[in-house]
Write a protein of this length. Sequence first.
Length: 546
Amino acid sequence: MKFSLRLKFVLLAACVAISFRLNWAHPAEQPGYVGNAACARCHESIARSYAQTPMANSSGVVSGDIVAAQFAHSPSGVRYRVYSEQGRENGREGETVFLEYERTGAATVKGKQQLHYFIGSNAAGRSYLFSIDRYLFQAPVTFYAGARRWDASPGYENDREMRFNRAIDANCLFCHASQTQPIFGSQNRFAERPFNQAGVSCERCHGPGALHAEGKSKMVNPAKLDPARRDAVCAQCHLSGEARVELPGKRLAQYRPGDSLAEYVTYFIFDGAGKSRLKVNSHAEHLARSACKQKSGARMSCLSCHDPHSAPSPQERASYFRARCLNCHQAERLPATHDRASDCTSCHMPRRLTVDGGHGVLTDHSITREPLNAAPADAYARRLISVDGFTSDIRALGLAYAEVALRSGDQFHASEAFRLLTVALKHHPHDAELLTRLGFIHAARGENLKAGQFYEAALRQEPYRTVALVNLGGIYASQGRIEDAIKLWDRALMSNAGLTEASLNLAQAYRSQMKLEQAREVLQQALRFDPDSGAVKRMLKEVSLR
């Protein structure tokens, strides 16, 4: 049986679905963490107050306190129901939450999936995660707090098929949970407990506390750090830019409060963007563009307006933040239309829809003078520059263009990425991230021989880099090297068992060798992670008929 070149197109699509940045999951360092409970023994009132804040509740184990509902997703035709039921799990009684799904008609799908964890404080919304064989994935539904309703998760809105295989890697959990426990050499597999501490823990802002608990050292106080290191504590999660690039040999997860964030990662934004698009994690860059920050300089920080240990109640918000504004803006100099009962934030820091948060709305920190109903400017330049305080070089800028090109498909960004990364290769010949990006660019140009060489070089540095495994397997298969391709796809599925693209490729390879039982097993396993994949169902039907 002749091997199908259709795999070439399947493998290219895989690059969009798989994260480049953290395919190589490094074990998180645990330098003496003690957890929030240990902090609370001496700091009881602060711990009690902090436990009520959105940051403290940004992740956790799902309990039965959800808004049960059902809704239909029109593009896919799937009807969802979220509900809880009393049960017993891990030897304990409690409520278990399920997501039930069903589509009738020709493309029938029906089943349910337990929801194990949540991410999001529910200030804007809350998404849900589930674990299969300890591989972690995002559910396709999210609860949006502002509208008080369930709907498709961000990025799922227009899907024609229900997706259950969106991988949650260590980068995804970094800003929502603390002391994550990824399994080395995998993309999205974790220990039995994906994270040891729910939410943003005390030690995420104050550093590991074991030595302090023993009376041997002081904790980091962000307010007493120099401005750059002070702001870095918040920026580690509240700065996104258009692209984020980790420095060679560094991981953002290695950052500790008191460090310089610029020693681990650099961020890029569009030059001349003016008022850039509002994103879920773009608070820091928008504040930096505000007139308040530009006039105040280093004197102003997130701490100027926010108390990290507490959050005002909805009834107190207007007066709380107005008092913060009046620390700098003298009341007698305000326009006559402003009085002491005015809500400054409703006009100058309105809540807006984000471009990457589905139906979620978040506060615009650019401190604008525009009225609430004004549409944010969306036009921006195409050239990238590094955010103030972060350095750039050819490697970092090339990787940033590559990330933007992958997301946008813009030819200018792709050309800049290729030009810069080709030069950077001379200085970083063993950089797995750089090699993988160049491999993808050459494959997109139809230069499979060159692409294969880059993927091979990347895998010599990091043997479980998932994108390289999937795509190099496709190149080998197109060259007739079926056994070599099978080995690569097997490794890719060990890294992330939910890779539908790798499963399809592997099943097709077995099918070409007339190993139909192995092909059938691969496809049936794929449906555990992606139960609505039409491609998997069609191939399974063809294999079963034979």
